[in-house]
Design a protein around this ligand. Structure first.
Ligand code: MF3
Ligand code: CO
Length: 251
């Protein structure tokens, strides 16, 4: 069942979103050769706690850390550990925050060192597909309109979208209805109504979109071990359009 949010509830999700922006601002400048992913996780947790939030992922279905950090062929749900970043690594950093009973969720992909153009194109495709879908958004759209637009943006650039994981409603719970697939058909699915809050999260692959989970039970990697990128924001739809609750366009 889809739970539409009041203005007040959207404001509270926005407070969680503000903490996420602070996490990105702290972690992004740390992305460099030799930094362990666990160090990024520690800083994320510190920023969340200092700002009156709770890490949303920690303990979720037994997940052990604050952030999900997925490198290169890892798409989502990578567990931070002692592994040190290397030049050219793609770092997908996914973070959820709970504050006053409401959740926000967002992800970015960064590159370590001098950007490689092919890897940057993969990163840009995930971001551009979300930005493009939001820019195209019109009153009366259904979830399928978002899904198809995201898919088209990605495929136009020669990449693919992961099918096995999707975006989601968000609010009093981290994952709420409806699911927001990154592929689909315009005109299908639930109507996007004022008060709908969605975590929209394109997961993009350089090769085939098929994925599998590693032995650790969490890390989702591409089957062909080609690179992936992930970009996610928490978006509130309103009478007059939408509000991005986890980005002000800087990071
Ligand atoms: N952002 C992820 C999602 O929406 C959440 C990671 S799952 C967790 O699926 F277990 F790490 F919390
Ligand atoms: Co999410």
């Amino acid at each position: 069942m889809i739970e539409l949010k009041s203005k007040r509830e959207i404001q509270l999700i926005g407070e969680a979103g503000e903490i996420i922006k602070k996490v990105f601002a702290a972690v992004c400048p740390m992305i460099a050769e030799g930094v362990a992913t666990a160090a990024l996780d520690s800083v994320a947790e510190k920023v969340i706690l200092e700002n009156g939030g709770e890490p949303a992922f920690k303990g979720y279905r037994g997940y052990p850390k604050t952030a999900c950090i997925s490198l290169n062929e890892a798409v989502v749900h990578g567990i931070p550990n002692g592994r040190q970043l290397k030049k050219g690594d793609l770092v997908s950093f996914d973070i959820g925050v709970k504050r006053k009973g409401f959740y926000a969720d967002a992800a970015r992909t960064w590159q370590v060192g001098t950007p490689d153009p092919a890897k940057q194109a993969l990163i840009d495709a995930a971001k551009a597909s979300l930005d493009g879908a939001l820019a195209a958004y019109k009153t009366g759209w259904r979830i399928g309109d978002l899904s198809e637009t995201i898919q088209q943006y990605v495929e136009k650039r020669g990449f693919q979208v992961v099918r096995d994981y999707a975006g989601h409603g968000i609010g009093r719970q981290l994952h709420e209805d409806p699911q927001v697939p990154n592929y689909g058909k315009a005109g299908r699915g639930a109507k996007i109504e004022p008060g709908l809050v969605l975590a929209i999260e394109p997961m993009v692959t350089a090769g085939h979109y098929a994925v599998e989970t590693l032995e650790d039970g969490w890390t989702v990697v591409t089957k062909d071990r080609k690179n992936a990128s992930h970009y996610e924001d928490t978006i509130a739809f309103t009478e007059s359009g939408f509000i991005n609750l986890t980005s002000d366009g800087v990071l």
